[in-house]
Design a protein around this ligand. Structure first.
Ligand code: SF4
Length: 296
């Protein structure tokens, strides 16, 4: 059940710009996420337990963001704001709560550029608002020459297998629906691509599966595709590593020893795996002539 909370601060300033998504700031309209992905990195943080039932909506988020952005704008500290970095800004509760929509109105008013990655079709509700942000946002000076867009959109896809997606990402649109969403966003003129992070080891990280995702992204007009590995946090009952391993046990128990070898007691895969995944993504993207970063 959704509960409400007042916040004192909403704008997070990163120490360093995110290398994948280029955001300098993030805002989260909700705590928890009803998309309920079993691998979600938030599971393992203080918000991870019971993500769907412990949902909190930040009811005064827009008012607080307006104050915080006005201060930053006065000092000309413009930078991309990721809307929904630890929640999906368009999960189904947003259809009635409209906190994301209010945040976007404030971002538009203060002329900040925006990055959104989503697995939900509700983003189509805010097309006009998103267009206005794209047209009027002020970019940080070092990105202004290369990017020239005030809005970056991503649809997030970890696997094209709809049965796996239904089990692992129960509160989201199906991967095929997300690809259709991408096509719709592109048809509206947005800069949009696929965020294939995380790819699932031994499920969607093979050359064949990655190539399928790249081809699907291209067929749906993606401007770019980002590909990266899976992080599994925590060993507690509601943490992503525990939940994801439970899924693997049911899906294909023969994969479990492979996962145990890949992760051991760690939350990250080995450097060698990450390097191999990156090299494979680079060569497949080159083969299919699609950019594997937001900025060329
Ligand atoms: S949509 Fe994103 S934030 Fe929400 S549960 Fe899934 S991975 Fe986590």
């Amino acid at each position: 059940m959704l509960q409400y909370k007042q916040v004192k601060s909403i704008l997070n300033k990163h120490k360093k710009r995110d290398t994948w998504f280029l955001d300098d700031y993030s805002v989260n309209p909700y705590e928890g996420c009803s998309c309920n992905c079993q691998y979600c990195y938030v599971r393992g943080s203080k918000y991870g337990e019971n993500m769907e039932h412990g949902l909190l909506a930040k009811i005064n988020a827009a008012e607080i963001l307006d104050k915080q952005l006005a201060n930053r704008a006065k000092k000309e500290q413009f930078g991309f704001v990721a809307v929904g970095s630890s929640t999906d800004a368009y999960m189904h509760q947003e259809s009635t709560e409209k906190i994301t929509q209010q945040l976007l109105q404030v971002l538009l008013k203060n002329k900040f550029p925006v990055f959104i990655s989503t697995k939900c079709k509700l983003i189509l509700r805010d097309i006009e608002l998103l267009k206005a942000i794209d047209d009027t946002a002020i970019l940080p000076t070092d990105l202004a020459q290369t990017l020239k867009r005030g809005l970056i959109l991503s649809v997030s896809i970890s696997t094209l297998d709809e049965k796996i997606s239904t089990r692992l990402e129960p509160g989201t649109a199906l991967p095929s629906e997300r690809l259709q969403l991408l096509k719709q966003l592109k048809a509206k003129g947005f800069f949009a691509g696929v965020n294939a992070i995380p790819l699932l080891p031994f499920i969607s990280d093979s050359a064949i599966e990655m190539e399928k995702i790249i081809i699907a992204a291209k067929e749906h007009d993606a401007d770019y595709i980002l590909m990266g590995g899976l992080t599994l946090f925590g060993n507690n009952v509601a943490d992503s590593k525990t939940l994801y391993y439970k899924f693997i046990e049911q899906y294909d128990p023969s994969l479990l020893p492979k996962y145990q070898q890949l992760y051991g007691n760690n939350f990250y895969t080995s450097f060698a795996y990450q390097k191999q995944l990156k090299e494979l993504a680079d060569s497949l993207c080159k083969k299919h002539q699609i950019r594997n970063s937001i900025v060329a």
